[in-house]
Write a protein that binds this ligand. Structure first.
Ligand SMILES: Nc1ncnc2c1ncn2[C@@H]1O[C@H](COP(=O)(O)OP(=O)(O)OP(=O)(O)O)[C@@H](O)[C@H]1O
Ligand SMILES: [Mg+2]
Length: 112
C-alpha cells in the first residue's frame, strides 16, 4: 500500500476528483493548505503590479491505494492537475505499513 500526497492548485480539485472517480479510486482526504515551493511564494503579477506573498493557497489530497493501483492513480492526478506552469504542485509517495477497516476489522489491502 502507498500513500499519495498531492499538493495541487485549489482550482484543480474538481478536475482531479472527477479523474479519480473515473478510475474508481477508493477514497480521498482533502485539506486546504498554504505553502510555497521553489519560487518562495512569489506571485508574479496582478493588474500590472508585482506582489510578493510568502505563502500561496494550495489543496492537499491524500489517497491510500493498493500497490497495483499506484501508477494509474498518479497518472490521473498529474494529468488532471496539469497546466504546464510553475505552481502546478507536487506529488509525494509514501509506503503505508497497514490499514484497518474499523467496521469489519479487515486488514491491509482488503481494508483499503
Ligand atoms: N519540497 C517541498 N516540501 C514540502 N512541500 C512542498 C515542496 N515543494 C512543493 N511543496 C508544496 O507544494 C506546493 C506547490 O509547489 P510548487 O508547484 O510551486 O512547487 P515548485 O517546487 O515551486 O515547482 P514549480 O517550479 O513547478 O512551481 C507548495 O505551495 C508547497 O505547499
Ligand atoms: Mg513553485
Amino acid at each position: 500500500m502507498k500513500k499519495i500526497e498531492a499538493i495541487i492548485r485549489p482550482a484543480k480539485v474538481g478536475d482531479v476528483c472527477a479523474a479519480l472517480a473515473k478510475i474508481c479510486s477508493p477514497g480521498i482526504m482533502i485539506t486546504e493548505i498554504e505553502g510555497h515551493g521553489r519560487q518562495c511564494g512569489i506571485k508574479q503579477e496582478f493588474r500590472g503590479k508585482t506582489y510578493k506573498t510568502e505563502l500561496l493557497s494550495k489543496a492537499k489530497l491524500e489517497i491510500i491505494v493498493n500497490d497495483g493501483d499506484l501508477d494509474k492513480t498518479v497518472k490521473a492526478i498529474r494529468e488532471a492537475a496539469f497546466t504546464g506552469k510553475v505552481g502546478d504542485g507536487k506529488i509525494f509517495i509514501y509506503p503505508v505499513d497497514n490499514a484497518i477497516r474499523i467496521s469489519t476489522d479487515e486488514k491491509g489491502e482488503a481494508a483499503v
